[in-house]
Structure formats: structure tokens, C-alpha cells
Ligand binder design. Structure first.
Ligand SMILES: Cc1cc2nc3c(=O)[nH]c(=O)nc-3n(C[C@H](O)[C@H](O)[C@H](O)COP(=O)(O)OP(=O)(O)OC[C@H]3O[C@@H](n4cnc5c(N)ncnc54)[C@H](O)[C@@H]3O)c2cc1C
Length: 429
């Protein structure tokens, strides 16, 4: 069986590594580490089946000035990055047409509807079924205005097969008494579930991979050697060279820069989100709860309560603006009146988002032995196991169980990356 080099050991990469290993391949994962501290660490932990309506929605262009003006809003565009982000953002806004939104939602529905089954099979395979909690997610709305904003997205999601039940705020409080009793409206997202600890999830996937004879090399991929349509080797930041017959690129937001080294254009931006893990929170919450007005979620992980969310378009290199994490914690008191926030640990992550919100899965027509598994945006945790199944099908030459035409890397065209999107892979990342 061929030697495989897989670049990026986040939740998507390590899931692919395990699936390829199960097919009998000898796989080497390359990642600078530490394991599990990529975007997955900062997530809300949801297996978000039915999170299919893209962020680019009708009226997006009109919202841009507001995004620039209010750094505290749940969705914001950092002014200093606006110029560099312009090429990506223009494509993002171009997807905000009703017909495009609908077609993106239908494509994402096809993927997410098998996510729970794929994820459960993955957990069963590594003997960790307890990492998944199968409980619906509760969404809370302050009033009619918030609910109205959401209702078009709910209608589309329902039409495509999602199970969303509208309940009163009082009923939500009965389900989870830690919640404030005075929310006007709530919704139960019945298809969703959550993991008990996303960092541990990535760690146990790594443990299973190593236990089955896989190897992990600590380092950053910086360049490739090619012969015609075949990549022969990948060079790491410390000069080591790794040869392989097959390459998988699953480096989250950095996949764009690596693809550029292969003259392949991927449109990915790192959209920042924040998470604060609260110890001794004084609150006993049993569901993941999303507060629609605040634009964040609260998930009861093992031993901590994680307050996570916000969408910040700031560019791949931007440093975190921790005040955005603090705002979420402040607003979390509205949801959980008994919340104690004295013991807090803040994290941030960059969601690898494409302008059409679809992940990038499959081979490029340009190269015979390179497969991409990236660009999962808000859905990397949800789609890790599903992506792994599709990547294994692709590399085995089997027809995929889900059509991946809409997710292919070549959909962005083969031109060079834009002037403001030049790769910057020169050393450790
Ligand atoms: C606040 C927040 C909330 C979220 N909530 C959810 C949620 O509820 N549900 C959900 O499904 N998703 C959620 N997400 C999104 C999810 O976390 C991401 O989609 C997912 O983690 C992406 O996984 P990944 O493996 O592609 O990337 P990452 O986890 O970022 O992993 C990429 C890996 O590649 C490595 N790497 C980078 N460059 C190189 C290189 N040159 N060479 C070698 N290795 C390299 C990195 O070290 C890293 O380990 C959330 C994200 C955030 C920030």
C-alpha cells in the first residue's frame, strides 16, 4: 500500500488519517502541534446537523458598513483587514443571493445529514462512544424581532429536512432550569448533539491513530517538489524532506497557502471565534444553548462551561481581540443568571471558511496524488468523520457515498491567488 503524508492533524486531518489507515495505508501526519489546539479547541462542540444556511445571506452588502463600524457586534469585519480581505469578501457577498443560498444549503444538508451516523461510527471504532451527548440544542430569542430574523433560515432548513421545534422560553427553562425564565421564544434543534470535550476528541483520535501504527511528525510543511502531475516530497520548516505516494492537505486555514505552493487557488479565510472555559461556574446546564441575540453558544463540557462564538473577519494573520471573548462572558449572564465567571480560560480559533461556505473535499484535477480536506468553516467538528469517509473513497477510486462535485477544490478556478492573498509560508507557523 502507498505511503501517505497528511498535512494537518486537527479534527479533520486526524479523522482522515484514521480512515485511510483503516484502508491499510501507512500514514504519516505532519503537524507542528500541540495536538488538538487548532480551531477545534475553541469550538462550541456541536455536531451541528442542519447548520446549513450560509452566513452570506441576502442583504449582506448593505450590512458591510455596520460590520465595519461595530467591533462588539456578534459578526464584525476588522477595519484594518478590510483591504486585504476584499477579494475574498467580494466572493462571499456574491453568494448572498437567494438562489445561491438555497443551493449551498441543499449541498450542506446532504453532508450534515450523515454526520451523526459517521461520527458515532468513528467513536465506536476507537472505543469512545461516551464523547458524544445526543441531546437537542436549545436556541433562545429575546423577542419577536430576533425570531423574525431567524425564521427564514428555519423555514429553509425545515424544507430541506431539518427538525426544528419552536417552544416558549418557559418550556426551555423547564428543560434546563439554569436558564433565565423570561426569554420570549426558543427553538429546539432536534438533529444536533454535542461532544463532551473537543480537545480531548482530537487527542483520542490521535491516540488511536498512533496505537494502530501511524506516525506523527512534528513540523510545518512549507513547500513541495513535483514531477509533472505528481507531488514527490514535502519539505518542512526545519529542512526535513518527507517522500510519499499520496498527499492529503488538511491544514485548516493554512491549506490555502500550501495549495498556492502547488499553483492551486483555494479561497479560504480564517474567521476568528472565541471561547472561554469557565470552571466552577455554579451552573448545572445539560444542553448546549445558543443565545441568538448575542451570537454565541454555551456548552457544558466535562468539568467546564464553554462560552463560545462570534464571527470576526480579520485576516489570517490577525491577533485575537480578547475583549470580544469577554463580551460573550458578560452577555452569558443574561442566559444563565446564576453564572460565576471568576475562573476563566480564554481561547480563540480560526474557522477555515470558503466564500461559498462549502468545505473543500477531494482531488484537484491538476495533480494526480493530492487530496484536499479543508475549508469546513463552522462545521469542521461536525463533518470530520464524514469528510474522512469521502476522502477514503476518493483515494480508493470508489464512487463516494455522497456526491462531492460541489465541494471540489477546482471550483475556485486555477488562477493565481490575488495580490493581497499571497502565501506566507516561510517558517514555523
Ligand atoms: C468559536 C468557534 C466555535 C465553533 N463551533 C463549532 C461547532 O459547534 N461545531 C463544528 O462543527 N464546528 C465548530 N467550529 C469550527 C471548527 O472548530 C473548525 O471547522 C474545525 O476545527 C476545523 O478543523 P480543521 O482540522 O480543518 O482545522 P484545525 O483544527 O485548525 O487544524 C488544522 C491543523 O493543521 C495544522 N497546520 C497548519 N499549518 C500547517 C502546516 N504548514 N504544516 C502542517 N500542519 C499545519 C495546525 O497546527 C492544526 O493542527 C467552531 C469554531 C470556532 C472558532
Amino acid at each position: 500500500m502507498p505511503e501517505m503524508a497528511l498535512i494537518g492533524g486537527g479534527v479533520v486531518g486526524i479523522s482522515c488519517a484514521l480512515a485511510l489507515q483503516a484502508e491499510g495505508h501507512q500514514v504519516t501526519v505532519i503537524d507542528p502541534g500541540p495536538v488538538g489546539e487548532g480551531a477545534s479547541w475553541a469550538s462550541c462542540g456541536c455536531i451541528a446537523v442542519g447548520e446549513i444556511v450560509p452566513l452570506s445571506q441576502p442583504g449582506m452588502l448593505l450590512k458591510v458598513p455596520g460590520l465595519l463600524m461595530n467591533p462588539k457586534a456578534p459578526l464584525t469585519l476588522r477595519p484594518g483587514s478590510a483591504l486585504r480581505l476584499a477579494p475574498w469578501f467580494a466572493r462571499f457577498v456574491a453568494n448572498a443571493r437567494p438562489d445561491k443560498m438555497r443551493s449551498i444549503a441543499a449541498d450542506l444538508a446532504r453532508l450534515t445529514f450523515s454526520a451523526t451516523e459517521d461520527f458515532k461510527a468513528q467513536l465506536a471504532d476507537i472505543g469512545q462512544p461516551g464523547l458524544l451527548v445526543e441531546r437537542p440544542v436549545i436556541k433562545l430569542f429575546d423577542g419577536e424581532e430576533d425570531r423574525a430574523v431567524m425564521s427564514a433560515a428555519f423555514d429553509l432548513a425545515r424544507e430541506l429536512g431539518c427538525s426544528i421545534e419552536e417552544i416558549s422560553g418557559g418550556e426551555a427553562h423547564e428543560m434546563d432550569p439554569a436558564l433565565a425564565p423570561d426569554f420570549k421564544f426558543a427553538a429546539l434543534l432536534r438533529d444536533w448533539s454535542f461532544v463532551t470535550d473537543p480537545k480531548r476528541l482530537v487527542e483520542v483520535l490521535h491516540g488511536a491513530f498512533l496505537g494502530r501504527g501511524g506516525s506523527v511528525v512534528s513540523g510545518s510543511a512549507v513547500s513541495f517538489d513535483r514531477e509533472g502531475r505528481y507531488v514527490k516530497t514535502v519539505t518542512l520548516n526545519d529542512g526535513r524532506v518527507i517522500a510519499a505516494d499520496e498527499f492529503v492537505i488538511a491544514a485548516g486555514t493554512r491549506s490555502r497557502d500550501l495549495a498556492a505552493k502547488l499553483d492551486i487557488t483555494l479561497r479560504i479565510e480564517g474567521v476568528i471565534g472565541y471561547s472561554t472555559a469557565l470552571r466552577n461556574s455554579g451552573v448545572d446546564l445539560s444542553h448546549t444553548v445558543f443565545y441568538a441575540t448575542g451570537g454565541f453558544g454555551i456548552t457544558p463540557y466535562d468539568g467546564v462551561l464553554a462560552v463560545a462564538g462570534t464571527i470576526e473577519f480579520a485576516g489570517a494573520e490577525a491577533k485575537p481581540n480578547w475583549s470580544r471573548a469577554d463580551i460573550l462572558v458578560e452577555k452569558a449572564h443574561r442566559v444563565l443568571p446564576g453564572l460565576r465567571t471568576g475562573e476563566a480560560e480564554r481561547r480563540f480559533g480560526r474557522r477555515p471558511l470558503t466564500p461559498d461556505t462549502r468545505p473543500i473535499i477531494g482531488r484537484s484535477g491538476r495533480l494526480a496524488n493530492v487530496t484536499f480536506a479543508t475549508g469546513h468553516g463552522q462545521l469542521g467538528l461536525t463533518l470530520g468523520a464524514t469528510t474522512a469517509r469521502l476522502v477514503a473513497d476518493e483515494i480508493a477510486g470508489r464512487p463516494p457515498r455522497t456526491d462531492i462535485q460541489a465541494f471540489r477544490p477546482d471550483r475556485f478556478g486555477w488562477g493565481p491567488v490575488g495580490r493581497f492573498e499571497q502565501p506566507h509560508l516561510t517558517g514555523p507557523i
